[in-house]
Design a protein around this ligand. Structure first.
Ligand code: G1P
Length: 289
């Protein structure tokens, strides 16, 4: 069985929920305290055993490439000023044994289309997908939890979260045949159904593990919700040939593509930040709200 060594980060979306901040800068570069969202995603992947990071970027996202490249002027300056801690911080963004690849998606044609742009680099292996605006705080990295299930089941695994059904129009929603603790054998999946049509309150969040067969399913997919090629539709047709599992992961997700989720994440990560925790906690306590 092939190990999961590659992750795809679709980062070509327009980030319209966060305008005007995302007019010229990618939403994935928004920082939570002092690190951009895409770096949290990369760190989660690396600590889940991933060796190759594949970024699907759009025209306005070149700064993501810069973030994962070396920065000679900055590094020389930090070296000259003997700022070793900062130098290390900048240099370890991509650990030594990790490779980065960047693919340009030539039009925003949907999540399925973006993932398909990685086909030739993934090269007939199982792989993972992380959506960086779903930031997940957990003891065991969320992706590692999914990979462990993949290693046992050898079939697609999706991260799930119980939501309020009123919110079903924002997510892929599953229906299941059976469950074993937090693991669900998926029966059907629909992209962004209305609360009336949603078959459950189990929503897909931005972590997936796929067999390479997902690519041919994307190729067969017609445009779906929002006139885009949806990964959800490709998962639905994959289910005609193989089992798909959903897993309610251990951890807390922040929807950092929304202003409210972003603020929640900022507060919770700041409260745990080594340098800020004490001062920030006192600040919040004294805030008259
Ligand atoms: C995408 C997927 C959706 C999934 C969601 C998780 O939607 O299409 O199925 O539930 O991510 O965040 P988007 O948020 O890009 O509209």
């Amino acid at each position: 069985m092939k190990k999961i060594k590659k992750v795809v980060f679709p980062v070509a979306g327009l980030g319209t929920r966060f305008l005007p901040a995302t007019k010229a800068s990618p939403k994935e570069m928004l920082p939570i305290v002092d690190k951009p969202l895409i770096q949290y995603a990369a760190e989660e992947a690396v600590s889940s055993g991933i060796k190759e990071l594949i970024f699907i970027i759009g025209r306005t996202k070149n700064v993501i490439m810069d973030h994962f490249d070396s920065a000679p002027e900055l590094e020389n300056e930090l070296l000259a000023k003997n700022k070793k801690t900062l130098l290390k911080l900048v240099q370890k963004i991509v650990p030594k044994n990790i490779d980065c690849f960047f693919v340009r998606q030539n039009k925003p044609a949907g999540l399925g289309h973006a993932i398909h742009c990685a086909k030739n680099i993934v090269n007939n292996e199982p792989f993972a997908v992380i959506l960086a605006d779903d930031l997940i705080k957990s003891q065991t990295p969320c992706l590692k939890q999914l990979i462990d299930i993949y290693n046992e089941k050898e079939t697609a695994v999706l991260a799930l979260e119980k939501i309020n059904k009123k919110e079903s129009g924002k997510y892929g929603i599953i229906e299941y045949n059976s469950k074993n603790n937090n693991l669900y054998d998926v029966k059907s999946i629909v992209e962004k159904p209305s609360p009336k049509n949603a078959k459950s309150n189990l929503a897909v969040v931005g972590r997936y593990v796929f067999p390479p067969e997902i690519f041919s399913q994307i190729e067969k997919s017609k445009t779906g919700v929002g006139k885009e090629i949806q990964i959800t539709d490709a998962i639905a047709s994959l289910m005609n040939n193989q089992a798909v599992y959903g897993y309610i992961f251990d951890g807390k997700r922040f929807d950092c593509g929304s202003k409210f989720g972003y603020l929640q994440a900022t507060i919770e990560y700041a409260l745990e930040h080594k340098e800020l925790s004490k001062e920030f906690r006192n600040y919040l306590k004294n805030l008259k709200i």
